[in-house]
Design a protein around this ligand. Structure first.
Ligand code: C5P
Length: 337
């Protein structure tokens, strides 16, 4: 952990990734946002944020990568969702009538979640920054849950989910988040494969709006059925039996395939390699395959890396894909030490 500076202990937050087990587009709002029905679950794959008082008047962001992946370029600092979240928190504190000094913050963001991958990394970072900023300023309880959710919703459609995380049914443009019980009786793992091609969410929805979409409402039927089953106490073994249905319950698959030629073939090849259904998270391009434990997912990840090394499988992009095993709704591995 970063050494405390000037007697102030840095605030550390983990920002988990999310997986869309289903993603149905059910309509469009007058402002252009699409209405969704999705079952989402947080993962133990997580970014890590450290917030310190900044030298100087402006909030700052320093992005670092990992041993296996270099720091991504997240664009201009002031446009970054982390910096915008801190600014929004400051504004909300002032609106709550609190006028104490709120020093600028320096955020160190360790990126582990691939960017523009359908895993919600940027949205999760923003919600973690919001929470971390309140603690860094000594007002962790100033904003009630409703205000935090509204603030999160103002930052991005995926943000409200990350206020609570876990397992949830998500509706509206993403602001209606209802916790659902996790499958009962065991752990669940997932292997993630993210081809090295960014898919901006906006671009995928634009393709969808232009008509690149599945016929019918199968994704919605699967999504609502999953919620009903989870509420009735679905077991992990029955949940895994649903993997084949869930893998086809994403209305943004054709849009992602249109934006990333070869994604469909890569998905088929991955499904053949693992002998398991392969789904897509969010607007892609991340592909997923479920398993009975994180240990099993680690085995899947090893098999995929071996097939890549042997040239038996290829993915779109000018670099090898990101391959990782994760636990569904597990505790992030980079919890504050
Ligand atoms: O909310 P967020 O900024 O993450 O969304 C990025 C873009 O994706 C939006 O500007 C919109 O074009 C599209 N989008 C959508 N419907 C949603 C979520 C996102 O059309 N529910």
């Amino acid at each position: 952990m970063t050494a405390p500076r000037g007697g102030v202990t840095p605030v550390v937050r983990v920002a988990p990734a999310k997986l869309n087990l289903t993603l149905a587009v059910v309509g469009r709002r007058p402002d252009g946002f699409h209405l969704l029905h999705s079952v989402m679950v947080s993962l133990d794959l997580a970014d890590r944020l450290t917030l310190d008082p900044a030298f100087g008047p402006a909030d700052r962001l320093h992005v670092v990568g990992t041993a296996s992946s270099p720091a991504p370029n997240l664009g201009p600092v002031q446009e970054n969702l982390v910096v915008r979240a801190i600014a929004a928190a400051r504004t909300a504190i002032r609106a709550a009538g609190d006028h104490r000094p709120l020093p600028a913050l320096a955020v160190r963001l360790e990126k582990r979640i691939p960017v523009a991958a359908g895993l919600g990394g940027g949205s999760s970072d923003a919600v973690a920054a919001l929470d971390g900023a309140l603690e860094a300023w000594g007002v962790p309880d100033l904003l009630d849950a409703g205000t935090r959710r509204a603030l999160a919703a103002s930052l991005g459609s995926d943000c409200p989910f990350f206020v609570e995380g876990g397992w949830a049914a998500v509706e509206g443009r993403g602001e209606n988040v209802r916790p659902v019980p996790p499958p009962r009786g065991g752990s669940l793992g997932v292997v993630l494969v993210t081809p090295a091609v960014a898919v901006p969410t906006r671009a995928a929805f634009e393709r969808y709006a232009a008509g690149v979409r599945p016929d019918g409402a199968a994704a919605l039927a699967s999504s609502t059925h999953l919620v009903t089953e989870l509420q009735a106490g679905l077991s992990t073994s029955l949940f895994l039996e649903r993997a084949g249905v869930l893998a086809f319950a994403n209305d943004l698959v054709p849009a992602a395939a249109d934006l990333v030629p070869d994604l469909t073939e890569a998905r088929r090849a991955l499904s053949r390699l693992l002998d398991r259904p392969v789904g897509q998270s969010g607007s892609g391009p991340t592909l997923w395959a479920l398993s009975a434990s994180k240990a099993d997912a680690v085995g899947d990840a090893a098999a995929i890396r071996a097939a890549l090394a042997d040239g038996l499988i290829t993915f779109p992009g000018d670099r090898p894909p990101f391959v990782a095993a994760a636990a569904l709704a597990g505790i992030p591995s980079s919890v504050p030490s």
